[in-house]
Design a protein around this ligand. Structure first.
Ligand code: CS2
Ligand code: MG
Length: 410
């Protein structure tokens, strides 16, 4: 199944996406997601200028060999740009192999290990009323697990809480982190105000919605290890499903201190790009959920190995699924979610109508559960005419400064 063409499609229906389209001599098309929020063109160039020439003429069936070739022959390994580019190729090849086999990808990955994929949705509010309204709205949509993010008194803009709806006329909780602008927006941050406020929010949510609803929270990399330990402990009475990215984990050992002080389950890894970023975290049982995305961690081939390693330590998946993972990357995650044994939960931040015009997907969300569908391959098609209507627009994620002007993790 010789590769005869490989094209990089950059489009911006509501937000920027990078998609690799591989075509074989039999006319089969495989799609892969290479979207890296705020650095999209870096991956597009890595693919277009360095990888595409290497793919032409290769056997599309040789997925492992192609993965190893792209990873080792580059000499320069790992990192978000490289691993997103490799992921785009890898997922497109798995899409092709499953289409050639005439089966949905999850069947090729070992078949379904469950009937549906538990998803969590994003509730947010600038105050308790808005937050409760957002939680009720997500329960009405069918979500059975809810992530809770709120504004913090004394801080102007906080991750996960829109200062205004992402789409004009949208709901107050309609959030898109990347903003179309020539420069990144500056936001403010104060960890002590946050640490004082968040436990009171979960107290209010539990008393309003009861003890059973699975609740998640994203610390978004902003605390020191001891601050993360303090928050984890303060949240124990509210029995969270997980506390995510409680501290930047470049120094994996930092989580030892957090683990010493709290039993609140910990999820980490959406900014990680390889199993090596997790080695100590998993081996020492310092986390409970792997948050990587297929798109930023070298594709299905690499993610399966990472999750197999995690399974040895009873660490489960919690695959990253925000809007900056395209429907192609989302579909890849869902096929993996359905097949693996150590599944935990899947993030679902629904894409907007413009995105769904360009990417026609067959995955479904019903009664709280996702399913990748049973079309051959990934089950996603790219409408290139529609894509051409939405040219790339510069966009950046915000950054943080503390009161004294120090740059801080966003
Ligand atoms: C977040 C993301 O969904 C999450 O858990 O951490 O929304 C994250 O901010 C974006 O993916 C950044 O591009
Ligand atoms: Mg996160």
């Amino acid at each position: 199944m010789k590769i005869v063409a490989a094209e990089v499609v950059v489009t911006s229906p509501g937000r920027n996406f990078v998609t690799l389209k591989i075509t074989t001599e039999d006319g089969l098309i495989g799609l892969g997601d290479g979207t890296l929020n705020g650095r999209e063109l870096a991956v597009a160039s890595y693919l277009r200028d360095h990888v595409v020439p290497l793919l032409l003429g290769r056997d599309a069936h040789a997925i492992e060999d192609t993965w190893q070739f792209l990873y080792r022959s580059a000499y320069w390994r790992r990192g978000p740009v490289t691993m997103s580019a490799i992921a785009a190729v890898d997922v497109a090849l798995w899409d092709l192999k499953a289409k050639a086999a005439g089966m949905p990808l999850y069947q090729l990955l070992g078949g379904a290990s469950r009937t549906g994929i538990l998803a969590y949705g994003h509730a947010s509010g600038r105050d308790t009323d808005e937050l409760f309204d957002s939680i009720r709205h997500h329960l009405e949509l069918g979500f059975r697990a809810i992530r809770v993010q709120t504004a913090v008194p004394g801080i102007d803009a906080v991750y996960g809480v829109p200062t205004r709806p992402a789409t004009p006329g949208g709901r107050h909780d309609d959030y898109e982190p990347a903003q179309r602008s020539p420069l990144p927006a500056e936001e403010d941050w104060d960890t002590t105000a946050y640490l004082r406020h968040i436990p009171t929010v979960f107290e209010a949510v539990r008393s309003e919605f009861g003890p059973e609803l699975p609740l998640l929270h994203d610390g978004h990399h902003r605390m020191t290890p001891i601050q993360a330990a303090r928050l984890g402990k303060a949240l124990e009475p509210y029995d969270l499903f997980w506390l995510e990215d409680c501290t930047p984990a470049e120094n994996q050992e930092a989580l030892r201190l957090v683990r010493q002080h709290t039993t609140t389950p910990l999820a980490i890894g959406e900014v990680f790009n390889s199993v090596w970023d997790y080695q100590t975290l998993i081996r020492e049982q310092l986390i409970d959920y792997v948050r990587s995305s297929v798109t930023h961690t070298g594709g299905i081939t690499a993610m399966r190995k990472l999750l197999d390693y995690a399974a040895l330590y009873q660490v489960k998946s919690g695959i990253h699924g925000p809007t900056d993972i395209s429907p192609v990357g989302m579909a890849a995650a869902l096929h993996l979610d359905l097949a693996i044994h150590n599944f935990g939960v899947q993030e679902l931040m629904p894409h907007g109508p413009l995105t769904n015009e360009v990417f026609r997907q067959t995955y479904t969300f019903e009664d709280g559960y996702l399913h990748p569908g049973d079309e051959p391959g990934l089950g996603v098609e790219l409408d290139e005419e529609a894509a051409a209507r939405f040219p790339y627009e510069p966009a950046y994620l915000p950054f943080n400064r503390l009161k004294d002007g120090t740059v801080h993790d966003w």
